[in-house]
Design a protein around this ligand. Sequence first.
Ligand SMILES: Cc1ncc(COP(=O)(O)O)c(C=O)c1O
Length: 472
Amino acid sequence: MNLQEAARDHLWLHFTRMSGYQSAEVPIIVSGDGCYLTDSNGKRYLDALAGLFSVNIGYGFGEEIGQAALEQMRELPFYTNWSYAHPRAIELAAEVASLAPGDLNRVFFVSGGSEAVESAWKLARQYYLARGGKQVASGETRHDERVGTPTPRKYKAIARQIAYHGTTMGALSINGIPALKETFEPLVPEVRHVKNTNRYHRPPEETEAAFTAMLLEDLEEAILAMGPETVCLVHMEPVQNAGGAFTPPEGYWRGVRELCDRYDILLSADEVITAFGRVGHWFGSERYDIRPDIVCCAKGLSSSYAVIGAVVVTDKVMEPFLEGASMYSHGITFGGHPVMSAIALKNIEIMKREQILERVLENEDSFRSTLAQLLDLPICGDLRGTGYFYALELVKNKETREGFSAEECETLVRGFLSPALFERGLICRADDRGDPVIQISPPLVAGQAEFDEIVGILGDVLAEAGKRMSAG
Ligand SMILES: Cc1ncc(COP(=O)(O)O)c(C=O)c1O
C-alpha cells in the first residue's frame, strides 16, 4: 500500500487543517524507541511531547507490555464491567486506589481523558441526587418532595479560563477555550470559567499571597453568582496545561478546597496529564495536597500503550451509591477492558521497577536549569512548570511582556515554529490557545542528553523566530 496516498485519501487527522496535506506530505511515524520516533522516510525525531503528554515510560517497552497484552488476550480478550468484574480490572482498581492519595479508593474505568471528565461531571450531578433527601449545609433538600421526583438542583460546573478538558460535549463545555467551543454551541449547561493561575501577566509588584487571594475571590464570586445550591463540580488541573504549564501559587489549593467544602461542591482534579509521574508523583494531587473528591486520569495510566482512563473517587463520593437501589447510571463498553487493564498494570509495574518517579524528582532541577538557558533569547519571556512538564511563553517585548497579536501568532506558530521544529527533528508543541507557548513534556525516561538536545534545537529555532518576528 502507498501509505502517503492512502493517508491523503482516507485518514482524517484530529485537530488538523487537512487542506495542508493536499500538496504536502502527511507526516507518518512508523516506529519509536526510548524518547525517539522515526518517520516513514527514516528521519528521527526527539519526542519532547511524549506523544501527547502521555508516553511516560517512553517507546521502548513494547516487547514487555506486548507480552502482558498477549497473555491477557489468550486468557480473556474481552469482558465488560457492566455488572461483571474480571481479574485485571479488579487488580488495576486496587493498584490505582493504593497509589492515589487519601481515601480516593473507588475506580470507574473509561476509555480516555474526555470520557473521564464527562463521567466526573455526570457523577457529580448524580451524587447530589443519590445523596437525596439528606440535609446539606444550606438546609435544602435535594429532592422535590412535592412532585416526588428528584430535581437536579446541583448540576453546574466551574472550571478555569483557557483550560483544556477534552472534546465530548460535556468535557467540551467544561473547556475554557472559546475558539474550541463556539462551533458546537449550544453546549451543556451550565459552566463558568474563573481565572487561571497564570502569573506572568499580573502586576510584577503583586505578592504571591495577594495573587492567591485574588484567585480565590474570583472563584467565590463565581460560586455565589451561579448560586452555590446549583453548583455540583469545580474541575481544575493541578498544573494547567493549555496556556502553558500554570503552577498553583502557595495556598491556592487549600483555598479552593475550603471553598468547595463551604459551599458543598465536589472538587475534581483533572489529572489526565499530571497523574502517573509527569510531576514526579503518582498524582499531582499528592504533590500539591489538593485533597480532591474526584480524580480524572488517562494518558499516563498506561503510558498510552493502551486506551484506558479512570475516574477515581473518595469514600464520601461512593457512599450514596452503596445504598439500596442506588446506581451510577453510566457505562462505556470498553471501560476496564481486560487487555487495556493488563497493559496499565504492566506500565505501573515498569514505572515502579525503573524508578521513574524518583528519576523525575532527581532530574527536575537540572531539566529546569537547562531549559532556563533559553530565557537569554529576547523572544522567551517566561519559563513555567514543574517535574517534566514545562512551557516557554514567547513575547514580542520582554521588558513590557507584550505578546503577539492573533495575526502574528499565526505567522509565528503555524507559519514558522511548528514546521521549523519538525524539520529540525524535534517534536514539541507550539501552542497559541492562550498566549503563544512552546510546550515541553518529554517521556519520563529522558535525561540530560535529551534536555541538551531539546535546548540546542529550540535555541536555534527560537533565535531565528525572534529575528523574523522583529524584522516583520
Ligand atoms: C487536562 C486534560 N483533560 C482531558 C483531556 C482529554 O483527554 P482525551 O484526549 O484522552 O480525551 C486532555 C487531553 O489532552 C487533557 O490534557
